[in-house]
Ligand binder design. Structure first.
Ligand SMILES: [Zn+2]
Ligand SMILES: [Zn+2]
Length: 138
């Protein structure tokens, strides 16, 4: 099934032709800072299934737990955060759920980095499997 998405201004758009591998709420410090929100809703897709139109601006961070590179893509015009590429998972593209045109059907299956979750979020988002840091490998 195909889904489309875009940044706020529309300079960057994309199409995804796969179901997500997993949908994860991420409470990590970088996701909170980058989004300005309490957490990020991340859809992990096979990289091959994501087609991007336009050229996002990229910024690199280092994963707190892994020390691996994170390439964070955003729109250089409006600042919308769109994608993350994890160095240790080159076949996966993470799409920020809020940029989808149709956001239905993507309830998170897991929560990661609950170590850095804001207290009030942890209180209302209980019930899913949680991990104090990154998802375990595999
Ligand atoms: Zn934009
Ligand atoms: Zn994160």
């Amino acid at each position: 099934m195909s889904r489309t998405g875009r940044c706020v201004c529309g300079t960057i758009s994309y199409e995804v032709e796969a179901d997500p591998i997993v949908v994860a709420l991420c409470h990590c410090d970088d996701c909170q800072r980058q989004s300005g929100a309490a957490f990020s809703t991340n859809l992990l897709f096979p990289k091959d299934a994501v087609t991007v139109a336009g050229t996002p601006t990229v910024f690199h961070t280092t994963g707190t737990g892994t020390g691996e590179d994170r390439e964070r893509s955003f729109c250089g015009t409006c600042g919308s955060v769109l994608f993350t590429q994890l160095a240790e998972q080159p076949g996966v593209t993470i799409v920020k759920a809020g940029t989808l045109d149709d956001r239905t059907g993507f309830a998170p299956a897991v929560e990661v980095w609950t170590d850095s979750a804001q207290e009030w979020v942890a209180a209302i988002e209980s019930g899913r499997p949680t991990y104090p840091q990154d998802l375990p490998a595999g």
